[in-house]
Design a protein. Structure first.
Length: 495
């Protein structure tokens, strides 16, 4: 009889495009989200936690490929008795679920409805360096008002949020543009209702950050040769038709008034373009009244990302300090948040236009920025470790830990095999523990404990001479009743 085939063991690997997050990273993210939530709450926004799963119909046209609605998401079909059912998907962002929630519960929600949401989203896209299929977003939106005060407030709140989490003024800039101004530019180009031509122009404008003014001009007209030597066909516009786009993208002046005047020239007689400029003027005035100057928030027509999605004001938060890339070249850190006004999203469910505006912060990018600035440490401080010298006295060690925890100090008893004391110290070192507490039989009889400063001990071991080691002891003998006070004193000295 043939031997049954052994079931192969599963491979212990992370699925492609995903990653695992360990203690310190999770703690840092949690603390940052708490700080952001405090700002949002202070501004009067309420928390919302919606389902991680939506119907594909609800996510709809805001996926990357309209013709293939299941592309870009992790989707599956629910099966009923007829082998048919709804297509379901993990949420792609936090905005489409908000539209569904508001449409579903609008009779019970206040108008305007102000909510913030934080959590993972999933995108079934090709992963790459630093690009994962699951990542965190942190959103705040106001639904139900067309007032530019809502947009100005979002920008001010974003500015306050960046400063609260540790990005100092001067290291960031919130930049504001308006889709209506671009619509005015498209009118001034004489494209009329040519949807294909307008879409081509939008896609070209979106490349402004990469190819600059000259590159956009070439792509709008005859085409250009890219860095690889390949020729990219142009949209085929005349130089005169392309000029309003160039004027729009390069209209930023030394002050807001100058920028708005340049934009007016770019949109010509377009009414919708004039409406967009008026909205930018309102936002600028409201921000100035709140003392948010151009050093924090500015009108900048070069903000073009998302202009195909948004219907009015568009915002982007950019970190302006320099970092070194993987090839050692200096570059600016770049964008960590984006958003804008999207007045058509809820309409998909209700048939009625519902104005809405909001912002989304890229949590992982913002955490990376804080690490670059040295605002958070790459390594966490672990718990105080109470070592076990006598396994029959575990109750004594648990009592010590309870005292430390009750005093607000993070602590644990070593729960491995206590036979080898050196292994206990190795464990404390691996946990990055600041202190080890030692109480053997002799210490117990004398009513004392040994408290070892592991941080100082490591520093002394690196470079100190024997004499210096004697002068700067890293282990202290204290009465058992002074355990908590001495541990706190050492922890304070380590900060």
């Amino acid at each position: 009889m043939a031997k049954p085939k052994k079931q192969p063991r599963p491979k212990a690997i992370t699925p492609k495009g995903f990653r695992d997050y360990f203690g310190q990273e999770v703690t840092q993210r949690t603390e940052m989200l708490r700080a952001i939530a405090d700002v949002y709450h202070r501004y009067g926004f309420d928390a919302l936690e919606s389902s991680a799963v939506e119907t594909v119909e609800a996510l709809g046209k805001f996926l990357p490929d309209v013709d293939r609605p299941n592309e870009g998401v992790f989707a599956w079909q629910e099966v009923d008795e007829n082998d048919k059912g709804d297509w379901m998907a993990l949420r792609y962002d936090l905005t489409a679920p908000l539209a569904r929630v508001y449409a579903q519960h609008r009779n019970d929600l206040p108008t305007p409805y102000r909510r913030y949401a934080m959590g993972p989203v999933w995108r079934n896209e090709k992963p790459g360096p630093g690009r994962y299929r699951q990542f965190y977003q942190c959103d705040a939106d106001t639904v139900g008002t067309a007032s530019m005060a809502a947009d100005a407030e979002i920008c001010a709140m974003l500015s306050d949020t960046l400063e609260t989490v540790g990005i100092p003024r001067g290291d960031y800039l919130v930049r504001v543009n308006n889709r209506k101004v671009l619509n005015g530019v498209l009118e001034a180009m004489g494209l009329g209702d040519d949807v294909a031509a307008r879409d081509n122009v939008l896609r070209t404008i979106d490349k402004f950050d990469k190819v600059g003014e000259a590159g956009v001009r070439e792509l709008l007209t005859k085409g250009r040769v890219d860095a690889s030597g390949a020729f990219i066909d142009g949209v085929g516009l005349s130089d005169d038709q392309a000029e309003p786009v160039i004027a729009f993208l390069t209209s930023k002046a030394t002050d807001t008034a100058g920028t708005l005047a340049n934009l007016q020239a770019a949109v010509g007689d377009s009414k919708i373009g004039a409406d967009g400029i008026a909205e930018l003027e309102q936002i600028g005035a409201l921000l100035a009244a709140g003392d948010y100057g151009a050093d924090r928030i500015e009108i900048d027509p070069s903000v073009v990302r998302g202009l195909g999605y948004y219907t009015g004001p568009v915002y982007e938060a950019e970190l302006t300090f320099e970092i070194f890339d993987e090839k050692g070249r200096k570059r600016q850190f770049g964008s960590v948040a984006g958003g804008g006004r999207y007045d058509d999203l809820v309409k998909r469910f209700t048939g009625q236009e519902v104005p809405a505006t909001g912002i989304s912060i890229g949590v992982d990018r913002l955490l990376a920025a804080l690490r670059e600035k040295g605002r958070i440490s790459a390594q966490a401080t672990g718990p105080v470790v109470v070592t076990v010298m006598d396994r029959d006295r575990m109750a004594d060690y648990q009592a010590m830990v309870a005292e430390l925890r009750n005093a607000g100090i993070r602590a644990e008893v070593y729960l491995g095999n206590p036979k080898n004391f050196r292994n206990q110290l190795k464990y404390a070192d691996k946990r990055n523990s600041p202190i080890a507490v030692i109480e053997g039989g002799d210490e117990k009889a004398s009513g004392i404990v040994q408290i070892k400063d592991l941080i100082l001990g490591a520093k002394i071991a690196e470079s100190a001479t024997l004499e210096e080691w004697k002068e700067r002891p890293s282990q202290f003998e204290v009465p058992r009743g002074d355990l908590v006070a001495k541990v706190r004193e050492i922890l304070d000295s380590q900060d």
